[in-house]
Design a binder for this molecule. Structure first.
Ligand code: DON
Length: 321
């Protein structure tokens, strides 16, 4: 038989085997969603199907793999912090950004207020916790709130290779109505001069980018761009490689909040979670991964998503450590 045909058949077989394994893992892990909880502190997120679980893998070389609930839309929530950090770094460079937000992990929950008062100077510890992300949102360039959000949306559409991306008004208003802890963080930071300007406008921008709606396919595209040091599949450089290095570092040290250490040991892949149940993962020079499972563990990370990534990392030897 022709060599090319043999190669083609063997790669098709590999894809089918991988696809079968993904299906098995999803079937095995999915019942564990019963042990998790939806993030009802944003009431609209409480309407999701807690049993949903899906994964899309977008390798730098090879075919896209998709299994489970891959086309269910969900909001980025904290995963948007990766995009706003990248945009702020492109707008201002690292010196300015890191004069407003730190570079260190925190052992506290993502919405904790306690360290803001304890740290001197009082800037938030990192851009992945809520306080840090609000400080980053305050830095996004634009002549008014609408233009700032349009710039975030525009970069998101490019990174996700999806011009149809928009935000969920229902989730936005749901968080706007209930987001007083985030407002408290923002007002505290204005008093300590970490942020300046209209606090209500800054938190609204933050709520809006958290409400951007995506699927696992979109997250896998974003993971691909990060894994490919800023280039998309068409070879366009959407962000400088240096920015992806900073983003990957934060994903490893702070991306899964106070679960980041355990995730680094058990999974070892740069990742960022959101309370709607998404996990963005990026294996440098190998693949982008998007996972969705809205039932969360006690740290606010997708309970089944974390287990699925652990299986994948162990079976395919993906840990970067
Ligand atoms: O500010 C909040 O609480 C949400 N918009 C985002 C939090 C989040 O996604 C934490 N993730 N695990």
């Amino acid at each position: 038989m022709d060599n090319e045909i043999v190669k083609g058949m063997s790669s098709m077989l590999q894809v089918l085997t991988k696809q079968k394994r993904l299906k098995q893992w999803i079937n095995e892990i999915q019942p564990i969603s019963k042990k998790g909880r939806l993030a009802t502190y944003i009431p609209q997120l409480g309407t999701a199907n807690p049993d949903a679980l899906g994964i899309v893998i977008c390798p730098l070389d090879g075919d896209v793999l998709a299994e489970g609930n891959t086309s269910t839309p969900f909001t980025l929530q904290s995963i948007s912090k990766v995009i706003t950090l990248a945009l702020a770094l492109m707008d201002h460079g690292p010196d300015k950004v890191f004069s407003h937000v730190g570079m260190e992990p925190t052992g506290d929950p993502f919405n904790s207020i306690v360290k803001l008062e304890m740290m001197k100077p009082s800037k938030p510890l990192n851009p992945m916790i809520n306080a840090g992300a609000i400080a980053v949102s305050s830095l996004i360039k634009g002549k008014n709130a609408d233009e700032k959000f349009e710039r975030i949306l525009d970069l998101t559409r490019k990174l996700l290779n999806n011009p149809g991306i928009t935000y969920s008004e229902d989730v936005y208003w749901s968080e706007w109505e209930t987001g007083d802890r985030n407002r408290a963080l923002a007002y505290f930071m204005r008093e300590t001069k970490v942020i300046e300007g209209d606090v209500e406008e800054i938190v609204s921008l933050y709520f809006k980018h958290c409400s951007i709606e995506v699927t696992c396919f979109d997250l896998a595209q974003l993971g691909y761009v990060l894994a490919n040091y800023g280039r998309n599949q068409r070879g366009e450089q959407l962000m400088p490689a240096d920015v992806t290095r900073v983003v990957h570092s934060f994903m490893v040290t702070c991306g899964m909040y106070n679960g980041s250490g355990e995730f680094a040991i058990k999974v070892g892949i740069p990742a960022k979670s959101g309370v709607a149940g998404g996990i963005l993962a990026s294996v440098p020079q190998k693949m982008g991964i998007g996972v969705y499972g809205p039932a969360l563990n006690e740290k606010g990370n997708s309970i089944c998503g974390v287990l699925l990534l652990q299986k994948l990392s162990e079976a395919w030897n993906l840990s970067i450590f």
